[in-house]
Design a protein around this ligand. Structure first.
Ligand code: GDP
Length: 530
C-alpha cells in the first residue's frame, strides 16, 4: 500500500456524545493520556464551576477564547491516528451535534451508570441514530452505585431503539465494584482504584472458569452473581455482528470508570478494532472513496470569534478523500473559485497548530473571510462535484428581535447575519418588509440566550427578544403561489427567509392542515432548501 493510502486507512474519526456530566471530558482526557498527546489528564478543558450549558459555553468562551462545542482533538494510539470531535451535551444544541456527526464515521455515547438514558440526551441520541453510523456505548462511573445492568441495557434498547451487545460486564458497582468480565476471553479483569489518573496499571486477569480463583478474587457472593448473570446474558443478548454495528443497528456496550481509569484502554482497543476507516461519502456524482480520490472536503461547521484577540471566523472541514498539502490550490465549488486555504489549522482544545498536511478522515479549520457556508464542498481545481448537503432542522421556537439602540443598525445586521451563517439561529423577515423586522427561529430555546449574549459581547449590540407563539414552520414549495392571495388561518404568519423564499408560521399543526385544505395545489415542506 502506498504511504498515502496507509495514512488514510489508519485514521479513525469519531464524535463523543453524552448528557452533560456523564463523563465525556474525563473519558477524552484518559484517551489522550494513552496517546501521549498530553502528559497529564485534566487539561482538556478548564471546566468552569458552572453546570448550566449556556453558562458553560460562555464561561469557557470567555476564559479560553474558544468554544468547547468545537474542540477537535487528534492523537496517536497503537498505530492509529485518531480524531475526536466533541459535541455539546445539551439538547438545545442538537443541531450542532448533528452537523458534527456528519463529519464523523462513528460515535461514542457516554452514559452515567447511575442515571441511564437521561431525558435531555434522548434527542441527541436520536440524532445519532438518524445518521446511521456505528454507535459505541461506554457506561461510565461504575465506581459509584449503578443501576441494574440488565435494566440499563433494556433502557437503551427501548428508549433509543438500538440493540445492545455487551462486550464486557460489570461485577458489582460502587464500593462493591470488583471489575469487569471480558466476554470474549472469558476472564475477569479486577479493579483497583490506585491507578487514578495515570495509565491503566496491570490488571489481574482471572479465567472465569477457575472457580477457586474467581471466588478468591471477588468473593463468593459476587462470583455467584456473576455466573448467574453470564448465563442469563449468553441466553438473552444479541449476537455480536459487526455488520449490524456498522449499519448503526447494534451498539457494542462497554463498562468502566473513566475517573479511576478502569476499562478505558480496554474500550479504546476494542473500539478501534470495530470502528471503520474513513468511509466513502456521497456526492452528486456518486460515492467518493477516500483513498482512491484526490483531495476533497466539506464544511460542517462555522464558528466566529473563537479567539477574541483575532476576531476571526473559522470554517471546519472534514477531509473526505485524498491528501491536503499546505499551499495547495483547491476549488470552493459553491463559490466557483479556486483558492489557497488560508492558514489551515488543526484546532486542539487550547492551541492551534498550522498544518503542513492532512488526510482523509482529518478535520481542519481554516480562516473564513465570509465566503463559506455549512455544507460547501472543496475539491481539486480540475474537478466539479458537491457532497450531499447538511439538512437544517426546522426551528421550533420563534421570537421577534428588537434593537435597544437603533443607531447601531449596521452592527446589528452584521452580527445577526454572521451568527445565522454559522447555523446557530435562522433568521426571517416579515413577508412585506425588509430587515427592520427580524424574526429569529431556533431549535432549542437556549440558542436565544446565546444569541443575546453574543450580540452584546461580540458586536456590542443590545437586543430584546419578544417570544412569538409559533411552533410550526413550513416552506412553500411551489414558487408560483401568490402569497398575497393565500388563504390561511387567523394564527398564521407569512414570512420569508434571507434568500427571499416564502414561508408560513403556524401556532398549531391543525392550522397547517387547514391551510393546505383551503389552498388547492399548495405544497408545504418542513425543510428549507438552498
Ligand atoms: P462531561 O460533562 O460529560 O464532559 O463530564 P465530565 O467528564 O466533566 O464529568 C462530570 C463529573 O463526573 C466530574 O466531576 C468528573 O470528575 C466525574 N466523573 C467522570 N467520570 C467519572 C467516573 O468514572 N466516576 C466518578 N465517580 N466520577 C466521574
Amino acid at each position: 500500500m502506498s504511504d498515502y493510502k496507509q495514512e488514510i486507512n489508519r485514521r479513525r474519526t469519531f464524535a463523543i456524545i453524552s448528557h452533560p456530566d456523564a463523563g465525556k471530558t474525563t473519558l477524552t482526557e484518559k484517551f489522550l493520556l494513552y496517546g501521549g498527546a498530553i502528559n497529564l489528564a485534566g487539561s482538556v478543558k478548564g471546566k468552569a464551576t458552572a453546570r448550566h450549558a449556556v453558562s458553560d459555553w460562555m464561561e469557557i468562551e470567555k476564559e479560553r477564547g474558544i468554544s468547547v462545542t468545537s474542540s477537535v482533538l487528534q492523537f496517536e494510539y497503537g498505530g492509529f491516528c485518531i480524531n475526536i470531535l466533541d459535541t455539546p451535551g445539551h439538547q438545545d444544541f442538537s443541531e450542532d451535534t448533528y452537523r458534527t456527526l456528519m463529519a464523523a464515521d462513528s460515535a461514542v455515547m457516554v452514559i452515567d451508570a447511575s442515571k441511564g438514558v437521561e431525558a435531555q440526551t434522548r434527542k441527541l441520541f436520536k440524532v445519532c441514530v438518524m445518521r446511521k453510523i456505528p454507535i459505541f456505548t461506554f457506561i461510565n462511573k461504575l465506581d459509584r452505585d449503578a443501576n441494574d445492568t440488565f435494566e440499563l441495557l433494556d433502557e437503551i434498547e427501548k428508549e433509543l431503539g438500538i440493540a445492545t451487545c455487551p462486550v464486557n460486564w460489570p461485577i458489582g458497582s460502587g464500593k462493591r465494584f470488583k471489575g469487569v468480565y471480558d466476554r470474549e476471553r472469558k476472564c475477569i479483569l479486577t479493579y483497583s482504584d490506585t491507578e487514578k489518573g495515570t495509565k491503566e496499571g496491570e490488571t489481574t486477569q482471572i479465567p472465569a472458569e477457575d472457580s477457586d480463583k474467581l471466588t478468591e478474587a471477588i468473593g463468593q457472593e459476587a462470583a455467584d452473581t456473576l455466573r448467574e448473570e453470564i448465563e442469563l446474558l449468553d441466553g438473552a443478548s444479541a449476537e455480536f455482528d459487526l455488520d449490524l454495528v456498522r449499519s448503526g443497528d447494534l451498539t457494542p456496550v462497554f463498562f468502566g470508570s473513566a475517573l479511576t481509569n478502569f476499562g478505558v484502554e480496554f474500550f479504546l482497543q476494542h473500539f478501534l478494532k470495530m470502528t471503520t476507516t474513513p468511509l466513502p461519502r456521497k456526492a452528486d456524482t456518486g460515492f467518493i472513496v477516500p483513498d482512491e480520490h484526490d483531495f476533497s472536503a466539506f464544511i460542517f461547521k462555522i464558528q466566529a470569534n473563537m479567539n477574541k484577540a483575532h476576531r476571526d471566523r473559522i470554517a471546519f472541514m472534514r477531509i473526505c478523500s485524498g491528501k491536503y498539502e499546505a499551499s495547495m490550490e483547491v476549488k470552493h465549488v459553491q463559490g466557483g473559485k479556486v483558492m489557497r486555504l488560508s492558514q489551515p489549522q488543526q484546532i486542539m482544545a487550547s492551541e492551534r497548530k498550522i498544518l503542513d498536511e492532512a488526510y482523509a478522515g482529518d478535520i481542519i479549520g481554516v480562516f473564513d473571510p465570509g465566503i463559506f457556508s455549512i455544507g460547501d464542498t472543496l475539491c481539486m481545481p480540475k474537478e466539479q462535484f458537491s457532497y450531499e448537503g447538511i439538512p437544517t432542522f426546522a426551528p421550533e421556537h420563534f421570537a421577534r428581535v428588537r434593537q435597544v439602540d437603533t443607531m447601531k443598525r449596521k452592527q446589528f445586521v452584521k452580527g445577526i447575519t454572521q451568527i445565522a451563517q454559522e447555523g446557530a439561529i435562522q433568521i426571517f423577515q416579515e413577508f412585506n418588509t425588509g430587515m427592520e423586522e427580524i424574526i429569529v427561529g431556533v431549535v432549542g430555546v437556549l440558542q436565544f440566550d446565546v444569541l443575546k449574549y453574543r450580540l452584546e459581547n461580540e458586536y456590542n449590540v443590545e437586543i430584546r427578544l419578544e417570544n412569538l407563539p409559533y411552533e410550526h414552520i413550513r416552506w412553500i414549495e411551489n414558487k408560483e403561489i401568490d402569497l398575497n392571495r393565500l388563504v390561511g388561518t387567523s394564527d398564521m404568519k407569512k414570512i420569508k427567509d434571507l434568500k427571499g423564499n416564502p414561508l408560513l408560521l403556524f401556532v398549531n399543526a391543525w392550522s397547517v392542515g387547514m391551510t393546505l385544505d383551503r389552498n388547492e395545489g399548495l405544497k408545504l415542506s418542513e425543510f428549507g432548501r438552498d
